[in-house]
Design a protein around this ligand. Sequence first.
Ligand code: LRH
Ligand code: MN
Ligand code: MN
Length: 392
Amino acid sequence: MTSRSDVSAVKAALRTQAIETPSWAYGNSGTRFKVFAQPGVPRNPFEKLDDAAKVHEFTGAAPTVALHIPWDRVEGSGGYAKLAKHAEERGLTLGAINSNTFQDNDYKLGSVCHPDAAVRRKAVDHLFECVDIMDATGSKDLKLWFADGTNYPGQDDLRDRQDRLAEGLARVYERLGDDQRMLLEYKFFEPAFYATDVPDWGTAYAHCLKLGPKAQVVVDTGHHAPGTNIEFIVATLLREGKLGAFDFNSRFYADDDLMVGAADPFQLFRIMYEVIRGGGLASDVAFMLDQCHNIEAKIPAIIRSVMNVQEATAKALLVDGEALAAAQRAGDVLAANAVVMDAYNTDVRPLVAEVREESGLHPDPIAAYHASGWAGRIAAERVGGEQAGWGA
Ligand code: LRH
Ligand code: MN
Ligand code: MN
């Protein structure tokens, strides 16, 4: 843990932090009531990467972009290699490939947990396709989230569904290359409401443990019941070497997918403190955003989200580890809490701005983005064609 006076170590740690942005955040999104289309929104995955490149250009901290298949499906032979090249030409690399086994009529009763073996096969084939795409793009991570579950007691056998899940995961695990990982995401409810097949970190952890070292857990910060101590989950998974990635976002109610650090910046700070405490900043934990920007301008919202993660990390790095340990050893509850709050209440914006300036960046990425004229350019140029949307 960095001592408070060691600002240069804090800056060095901040410079190493990379945040992965999700392709779908650049597209139109909304609630089930209405999608409010915005001008200039990308019409295809290539244009999503063009926007992601702007986020990276002004933050210097968002070099990878997660794809979602089929939302980012590229037709034609060599299509994904072209997409990877497009990314590379813009200083980006392609990050996690997110699978989608939740938007097909066949998946009404589940995908890899479905009672019908033919549907399970279809789902596993899709996951194989995602690994093929990883091979083509050089992506290292396959991110799995299953909408599987049941709505009514008795609808299906809870234990059988776990067996089917384990079997499907094992088949995909075998297909992974040596440097590829499988990241299993949990969510406590929705779209199933009685029982979800991967509802919590314990279930995800148990499956990943059985699968082996290439399987790790994803913590989506919006996927917990209110009041859940997420930093404890983070600490536990890091202790076990099973924290693979974050899907960062904010929640007020459930899976709100709002900008990370907007609803509860203190929680984000506590999470980042446990990440640092567990050596997660220097590890291969992927810091991904999983957000949708329904009413706000998308690119500045993503820039803001990257900045929020950086600020929470800076505050967490400022916790005086020695003073905290001394207070904890002495059983001084108030002093220990004061050390943590002191770091949290520090205005780190000048420090993070300094880090940017030292890297040749504008200290205010949002102002730099607005000054760049990119928003006006894409609004003028991206006319015609179908604009990409969440789920399209
Ligand atoms: C599910 C989820 C999962 C999906 C994404 C679009 O709620 O968090 O990560 O892939 O949303
Ligand atoms: Mn997610
Ligand atoms: Mn979600």
